[in-house]
Design a binder for this molecule. Structure first.
Ligand code: TYD
Length: 419
């Protein structure tokens, strides 16, 4: 398995890259290990650099995308919170596009059709593209037409030929996975109608830095976006950023609306964009100091979590994890935690069950394991869905079980009302 080194900023091309974080050598977060297999696990450096010119944060290496995305075990539809977010997005986008029925929305990296399902309910004509054959198959079976490919020129051309140009192209939680962001936009320009809008949603790097969300760093996430570098990227590619919105999902995400340059049919909100840029500047995110400060806090998180888990271990308390998320894997591997401290993890994703977590090899089971083993503590590894997970585990609360939520700060809770 191959990886390449990043020598230049993927947005502005500057070679002035400052390394501010080194999480060591880490396995691929979404590569679950079959306990029966003897295959050797691959591990790669996990470091983050900052572009001094446009303030894009990037991993210092790129692992081959085929290794990470061809069979993808992440199903967006597992989380009710995310499904609701998708519904709200479909409603909001329809409103912003004038409320018409029959508009054509193309979703890049459509996963199991989670977002398109909602767009379809709202009267859109929908089409998805996703390289994970297992997920595309699942969406197709549900009647959500999905092309099982990476987003590329040949796919854009095939879509235009068969379906015409899209009124809206959505790309949620995928742009951070893309190395050639200019090529990605070039293909968007091909497939987007002249009055159409591109809607990108990505975790906001301001929250990563300000709320110590370091576990969202793993090999799939090549970039960590602020509004400034994305605005620059659109302008470099004959596009214009028209609006930015912020949502609570995935630890705080930004939704960016961009159109072809000169397309005034989509209402712009320059004041809003200005407010985001001012906020980023006020938070000193255009210079390296804030990033080094962020990096220096991570050791405290590690010490706090290890101290808590070692105390619980000494007291004979059992701890289980909830959510075998990619971010949970960064958290546990960075902290050096294995099944001595967290006996098992539960997750509702069928493909993750009865597998081992990469690196630390903690076993993963269906959620029913909680009722069999009755741990005293649940470490919420998918802290972005803490409320939903706490609500789902009422029985754990009935027997006075507690929750550990490690991000944005270490908390031990008895219920959702303490969140
Ligand atoms: P998530 O935090 O969305 O992402 P990432 O892998 O990018 O860090 O992962 C959440 C995981 O938690 C995912 O494997 C599904 C699982 N999960 C459940 O099993 N049940 C739930 O109710 C929720 C919300 C998540």
């Amino acid at each position: 398995m191959m990886f390449s080194k990043v020598e230049k900023c993927r947005i502005c091309g500057s070679s002035e890259l400052t390394k501010y974080l080194d999480l060591g050598i880490m396995p691929l977060a979404n590569s679950y290990v079959d306990p029966k297999s003897n295959e050797k696990e691959n591990a790669f450096p996990l470091e983050v650099v900052l572009c001094s010119n446009c303030s894009l944060s990037m991993l210092s290496i790129i692992v081959s995308p085929e290794a990470m995305f061809s069979n993808y075990v992440y199903h967006s539809s597992i989380s009710r919170t995310f499904q609701n977010h998708c519904l709200e997005m479909a409603i909001g986008v329809k409103e912003r596009l004038g409320g018409k029925d029959g508009l054509f929305v193309l979703d890049i990296a459509s996963n199991d059709g989670c977002l398109l399902r909602e767009f379809r309910k709202k009267g859109f004509k929908v089409l998805g593209v996703d390289p994970a054959k297992n997920l595309a198959e699942k969406a197709n079976k549900e009647g959500i037409a999905t092309i099982p490919e990476f987003w590329q020129e040949s796919v854009a051309l095939e879509i235009i030929k068969k379906h015409g140009k899209a009124d809206a192209i959505t790309a949620t939680n995928v742009f951070a996975h893309v190395d050639d962001v200019h090529g990605f936009l070039g293909n968007v320009l091909l497939a987007l109608s002249d009055e159409g809008v591109l809607i990108i949603e990505a975790p906001y790097a301001l929250n990563l830095i300000k709320h110590s969300e370091f576990d969202t760093i793993y090999h799939e996430h090549l970039s960590y976006f602020l509004v400034k570098p994305l605005k620059m990227l659109f302008e470099m590619n004959g596009m214009e950023l028209r609006d930015v919105e912020e949502y609570n999902i995935h630890g705080g995400s930004i939704r960016l609306f961009a159109t072809k340059k000169g397309n005034t049919s989509f209402a712009a909100n320059p004041e809003n964009i200005k407010a985001f840029l001012e906020l980023e500047s006020r938070e000193k995110l255009y210079s390296a100091g804030a990033y080094f400060e962020f990096a220096s806090k991570l050791l405290d998180i590690k010490i706090e979590l290890l101290s808590l888990l070692s105390r619980l271990h000494k007291e004979g308390k059992m701890v289980a994890g909830y959510g075998a998320s990619a971010k949970g894997n960064t958290m546990l591997n960075y902290c050096g935690i294995s099944s001595d401290f967290v006996e098992f993890i539960v997750d509702e994703t069928p493909e993750k069950q009865n597998m081992l977590y990469a690196g630390n090899h903690i076993p993963i089971y269906p959620a029913s394991e909680l009722e069999k083993r009755k741990p005293e503590y649940i470490l919420i590894l998918a802290w972005n869905f803490a409320k939903e997970i706490i609500e789902k585990t009422a029985k754990h609360q009935e027997r006075s079980g507690k929750y550990i939520v490690p991000i944005p700060k270490m908390r031990v809770l008895s219920g959702a009302e303490e969140l």
